[in-house]
Write a protein that binds this ligand. Sequence first.
Ligand code: ADP
Ligand code: MG
Length: 410
Amino acid sequence: MRGLQGIKTYRDIEVKGKSVFLRLDLNVPIKNGEIQDETRIQGALPTIKELLQREAKLVLASHLGRPKGEGFEEKYSMEPVAHRLSELLDKEVILIEEPNSEAPGSLLKTLRPNQLLLLENLRFDKGETKNSPALAQTWASYTDVYINDAFGACHRAHASISALAETVPERGIGELIEKEVAVLEKLLSASDKPYVAILGGAKVSDKIGVIEHLLDRVDALVIGGGMAYTFLASQGVAIGKSLVEEDKIRVAGDLIKRMEARNKAMILPQDHVIATSIDATDGQTTPGPSIPEAFLGVDIGPRTRTEIGRLLEDAKVVFWNGPMGVFENPAFAAGTFSVAENLAKSSAYSVVGGGDSAAAAEKSGFADKMSHISTGGGASLEYLQGDPLPGLEVLRAKRTSEQNVEPQKL
Ligand code: ADP
Ligand code: MG
C-alpha cells in the first residue's frame, strides 16, 4: 500500500486568483427537499474554507444519488445543498444549471470574493459515469487547478474523478481525503493489539475480499448480521429461512478453518432474534444458535451481544463494517446499537465504515464517541482490501507529457 505517496495536496499548490475545480462528495440523503444527514457537507467544509481564504475562485462539483443521466431531475437537484452551503459558509453559492456550457467560464471572470459556484448534479450528464473525455474537456476549459476531495467517490473512474484529473496539469487532493486515508493506513498498519474486526451487513460476497485481507492482521473477528447465517450453515447449524448465499457456504467454512489454524477468536452469533419477516413488529429470542424452520434471523441475541461487549472491553483497535441486524426496523436494532454502545465505552481506536453502518452509528446516538466515521463506504472497503482507488491512482500517475520530459541534469 502506497498511501498518498506521490500525490500533491492542495497545500502544495498555488491557488490565489486561480479557478479551482473542487470535486466533493456532497451526495447527502435528501427527502422532500430536506437534507437528512449532512455528514458529507461538514466533511467538505475544511478544504472549501481554506481555499476561499487563499483567494481561490471556486467551482464546487459533486454527484447526488443515481439519476438516469438524461438531464435535470428535480429530486436529484443540488439546490438544497447549494442553500445549505451558502448558510454554512456565509457566501453566495451560485448554482450552475448547465455545467456543460460556457456559463461557468464567463461567471468566473467576474466572480466576487463572497461568491462561489456549485455545478448541478454531475450525473445529470451520462458522460460523468462514462468517464467521458469530452465532458472533462469542457470543465478543463475553465479550470486552472483540479482538487479532488471526494473520498466517497474515489473508487469510481468517473469523468470528474478520472478523465478531468488526467486533463488538468495542476492537481491534488484536499483535506478530507488526507484524513480518510491516514485513518485507513493506521488501521492497515495497526500494531496495537488486540485488533478486532466486526463485520455484518447483508452479503457475504460483498465482504469476502475484506475478510481475506484482514485474516492475518486481526486478533479476533466478529461476524454478525445477514452474512452470519452463511457461516453458521457451513457449520451445519439450522438457519431456517435466514438470508444465505449457498455458493459461499464453502468459502465461509474455509475462512473459519483458517481462523482456527491461526488460533484466533472468531465470534459467530450464539443466539438470535428471529421473526417470520423482516417487517414484523417484534421478534423472539432463540436459546441457542439454531433457528426453527419457519423463522429467519433478524438480529444477534442478548448472549452474543454480551460476548461482543466483553471482547470490545480489551480491544485496542476496532474496525466495524456492517450492521448486526435489520437495524432499519426499530424492533431489530438492539444488537447493532449494543455494538455501537460498547464501542463508545471502549478506549479502542474505533473506525466505522460503510454507508448503512455510518447511518446505524448515527441512529444509535453514539456516533460522536467513535474515533472516526468514514464518509466513504465502498471506497473505504476497497482501500482496506488493498485495491487501488482510481481517483487516487490518477493523481499519483505521472501525466504522459511529464513522462516524456528528460530528467534535468544538475
Ligand atoms: P454497509 O452499507 O455499512 O456496508 P451493508 O450494505 O453491507 O452495510 O448491509 C446493510 C444491510 O444489511 C442493512 O440494510 C440491514 O438491514 C441488512 N441486514 C443486516 N442483518 C440482516 C439480517 N439478519 N437479515 C437481512 N438483512 C440484514
Ligand atoms: Mg450498504
